[in-house]
Design a protein around this ligand. Structure first.
Ligand SMILES: [Zn+2]
Length: 555
């Protein structure tokens, strides 16, 4: 608090001296409860911005703020936070979820089928019905949907419903017929066609088996993609997100986002990681694309080390507790290692998906080798800020290596509260101590870039904040052995979605806290996320979102 008073006093002195000069603010937010993000204190005060930047913040409003035609919004005590960033969100997928049939959050199979049936009634005969987001783990029926469930109301329209994790689809008989999938069809490499006891396909296609129908689904065009991006942005700013780190995509995506930017419709900042493979090689060749306005920076590559815990694809050091296997590795040493070396020499960040303790160890090994090699060749930039996306299961010795190698764990609190229903089965009570180890990592001095992984998860800042501080599911449930001591404080949760993602995108000098000279990005809610009872966090409403000094959403 003392530090804060000092800052205000300073501002007051300097503004009194310049009392005659108009500050020409163009946006003034008055009477707000301000959490600057520098500490966990708040105070009622005013923030003013001019152009893209904050020019005043404090509780003594100087006379010369109002001298130009500023837009003034009285916040009546509502709560202003630094702009919230989703450090791991698949923006285009979020948009497509909005545009297609969204099945996320429906709590039973029967209701899910009802929603699909109603959606079908708005379509023409023969139209494809594409939905995504169903998740059986919360359904009382506790089974996967089948072709026969769908055939009951849709014998003629092809239906494809993707599971929330993107690792399986259920289709109706019409689709199986179009794809020539029957009892005789063999499982493809890396996937399987679920069959009942008499060998008849049930309609569930897992992992690579989804490709068997890929060519049938009407192709999406560039226009579709653009619409999805726009829809994703619109949805995110409504929830209070001011920036998103997009983990993977193509140069075509970047060109669409540039077009959206040139049309003045990029209302959410985007920090873009290109996908491994051809896009990665193109970025490595041309070098980082850094936007001085911080709307669309491309300086990172997204890689994949292993799969996911739910589908037992995460690479573990020892066997799964409920399965005779250790998961899978996705990336290939001979392809990955040269890219890592090149990225270091070009100042390009790497963010690798790693879930299992083995997956995380191998990524740390390869990162470490690349750093040693680059240092030998004088190719080492001071702080590469390489990340590990998800970083879910990490042995204590590897947790220390995150510190030694200065790696940023990029984690999604909602994964922990979704996975708590099955993670103990997969890992057993011993290994669960190394899962989602937020507190351990922070106590060792690390920062955590907080994200949502939407559309795998819902992608709501309130859910992430709640999950980070409670580690319980949305009904307040947690299992025995679920290490509640790994929970975060409210202030740590705030940093996880504000200043820490700013560090992870090399932008902490210009964003992440509310300070004069920084970009005017604010998330404004009707509730005090820092003090209200846990369950109330989920009831908070976004009332205003400001990006670059512009009101992009107002309730
Ligand atoms: Zn993801």
């Amino acid at each position: 608090m003392i530090k804060f008073l000092f800052i205000v006093a300073n501002l007051y002195v300097s503004t009194s001296i310049a009392a005659l000069r108009c500050l020409e603010a163009d946006l003034i937010l008055t009477n707000g409860t301000i959490y600057s993000g520098l500490n966990d204190d708040s105070y009622v005060g005013t923030i003013a911005s001019k152009g893209s930047k904050i020019i005043y913040v404090g509780d003594v409003v100087p006379d010369n703020l109002h001298c130009a035609g500023a837009k003034v919004i009285n916040l009546s005590g509502k709560y202003i936070y630094p702009g919230f960033t989703d450090a791991h969100g698949h923006l285009k997928g979020i948009g497509y979820r909005e545009l297609s049939l969204n099945l996320q959050g429906i709590s039973s199979l029967s209701e899910t089928l009802e929603v699909v049936k109603n959606y079908l009634s708005t379509k023409k005969p023969g139209d494809w019905i594409i939905g995504r987001g169903w998740i059986d783990k919360v359904w009382p029926e506790s089974r996967f949907p089948t072709r026969w469930d769908l055939d009951l109301f849709s014998p003629n329209n092809p239906v494809v419903l993707e599971r929330a994790d993107g690792h399986a689809v259920v289709v109706n008989s019409k689709v199986l017929k179009l794809a020539n999938i029957d009892s005789n069809t063999e499982d493809p490499q890396g996937g399987f066609i679920e069959k009942d006891t008499s060998g008849v396909p049930t309609g569930l296609l897992v992992d690579m088996a989804m490709n068997l129908i890929g060519d049938l689904i009407p192709k999406l065009t560039r226009e579709d993609d653009k619409e999805a991006f726009l829809e994703g942005i619109k949805r995110n700013i409504r929830l209070g997100w001011t920036q998103i780190h997009v983990p993977g995509g193509t140069f075509e995506d970047i060109s669409i986002l540039n077009e959206i930017k040139s049309e003045n419709k990029l209302d959410q900042r985007v920090y873009f990681m290109v996908s491994d493979g051809e896009p990665a090689d193109r970025l490595l060749k041309q070098g980082p694309i850094i936007d001085p306005e911080h709307f669309l920076t491309v300086r990172a590559i997204k890689m994949y080390a292993d799969g996911a815990l739910g589908s037992r694809g995460a690479a573990l050091l020892e066997k799964y507790s409920d399965y005779d296997g250790k998961g899978v590795f996705i990336f290939l040493e001979e392809e990955t290692r040269p890219r890592l070396a090149k990225a270091l020499s070009k100042g390009i960040q790497i963010g690798t998906h790693a879930i299992g303790d083995h997956g995380n160890r191998v990524v740390l090994d390869w990162y470490e080798d690349s750093f040693i090699e680059a240092k030998k060749n004088n190719n080492f930039l001071v702080s590469p800020r390489w990340r590990i996306e998800h970083s879910q299961n990490i042995t204590p010795q590897d947790q220390r290596r995150f510190v030694e190698l200065d790696i940023i764990p990029s984690m999604q609190p909602s994964h922990a509260i979704g996975d708590l229903h099955f993670a103990i089965d997969r890992l057993g009570l011993d290994r669960i101590n190394n899962a989602y180890p937020w507190r351990n990592l922070i106590n060792q001095g690390l920062i955590i870039a907080g994200g949502t992984d939407a559309p795998v998860e819902i992608g709501d800042p309130r859910i992430e904040f709640y999950a980070a501080v409670t580690r319980k599911d949305l009904d307040g449930f947690h299992d025995n052995g679920w290490n509640l001591d790994q929970r975060l404080t409210r202030f740590e949760a705030l940093k996880m979605f504000t200043i820490w993602p700013a560090v992870a995108s090399f932008e902490e000098e210009v964003k992440g806290t509310i300070e004069v000279g920084k970009l005017a990005d604010f998330s404004i809610f009707d509730k005090d996320l820092m003090t209200i009872p846990e369950q109330k966090i989920l009831e908070a409403k976004t009332i205003l979102t400001v990006v670059n000094g512009k009101v992009v959403f107002q309730d």
